[in-house]
Write a protein of this length. Sequence first.
Length: 121
Amino acid sequence: MRETMDIIKIKNGKLGVINLNNMIPVLNHYKSMVKVNLSILKKSDNINDKKYYLLLDKQLKFCNEIHQEIFEKAQILYDTFSKDFSELTKIERKMYRRVNNFKVLEHASKEFEKEYITGSL
């Protein structure tokens, strides 16, 4: 797998990839923010849990190191695939089916926020 406008390899793919095409809206509300404590994996007696913790830790460190690049690529992808289909290049049209429909997800996110977060429906 090669790096494209929607894929970022983590340490040349050795630690995984970031699929920006699967990004979703994140609510900016304290009720929707949960800090995930991964130390339970680190403290586990299960060797696979410990290995998974180390992998997640390395992935997180990588993401923190290149967070600006991630944000920039995400913005470009969002801007590109928020355009009308007719405006996309041939390559972008081929990618279209694998990229989330950001506008639909944003609408659903706002409806979710109204109903479950702010309770204003």
